[in-house]
Design a protein around this ligand. Structure first.
Ligand SMILES: [Zn+2]
Length: 208
């Protein structure tokens, strides 16, 4: 599987394009911009984009989904518990970015813990990790974890937005993520890569 990283949108979120090299099937994890250059780059790869999986419903991870639905005909999946977060987009986006409010309307599919998505023979497994938002999801492919805003390099997602809880995010990370093998590579929703083993040792926020 090939992974392409696109840093896009007003808050520089990481979008991860997972491509099965044999079938050219692909899935996009988060879609934070409708920028034409971003769309063109994906078009030029000549892949079969199957769907968009969201790590959560915050505006800075979803701003491109309506445009991608229009251009590529792809549907987007979010956890049901985060539909209310998607609905907060026109409220929070202007406050945080100063940009005009946007309303997202194309998200109509739901993902839940344990769901499996496939690109060719590669399986992508959804793991529910509430805490940053009530419907936070991580996606595991072999030994690679796409952690959204749940786990960052030496940090965790903020818990002071509506529906956030530090107790819940701590429990999600310790029970669902720190039980993965230490060499699991972690690709967060913002910033650089890390590993489960490194975070178990050095993530001070979880060790207080
Ligand atoms: Zn977030």
């Amino acid at each position: 599987m090939e992974i392409k990283i696109f840093v896009e949108g007003p808050v520089e979120a990481n979008n991860y394009l997972l491509i099965d090299e044999q079938s050219k099937d692909a899935i996009l994890i988060d879609c934070s911009s409708e920028r034409q250059g971003f769309i063109d780059e994906i078009k030029n790869l000549n892949i079969n984009l199957k769907c968009i999986l969201l790590t959560h419903g915050h505006f800075d991870h979803i701003l491109g989904v309506d445009k991608f639905n229009e251009v590529f005909g792809v549907e987007t999946y979010v956890a049901k518990e985060d539909v209310s977060q998607v609905e907060l987009t026109p409220k929070f986006m202007p406050i945080i970015t100063g940009l005009e409010p946007v309303t997202i309307t194309s998200i109509k599919n739901y993902v839940k813990d344990g769901d499996i998505f496939k690109i060719g023979d590669t399986e992508i497994k959804a793991i529910s990790t509430p805490g940053h938002t009530p419907g936070g999801m991580c996606y595991l492919v072999d030994n690679k974890l796409f952690s959204g805003d749940t786990l960052f390099q030496r940090s965790v997602g903020r818990c002071d937005f509506p529906g956030g809880s530090f107790e819940t995010i701590s429990k999600s990370i310790k029970e669902k993520l720190f039980t993965l093998p230490d060499d699991t590579e972690v690709f967060p929703g913002h910033g650089g890569k890390t590993t489960i083993g490194y975070e178990k040792k050095y993530n001070e926020i979880l060790n207080i």
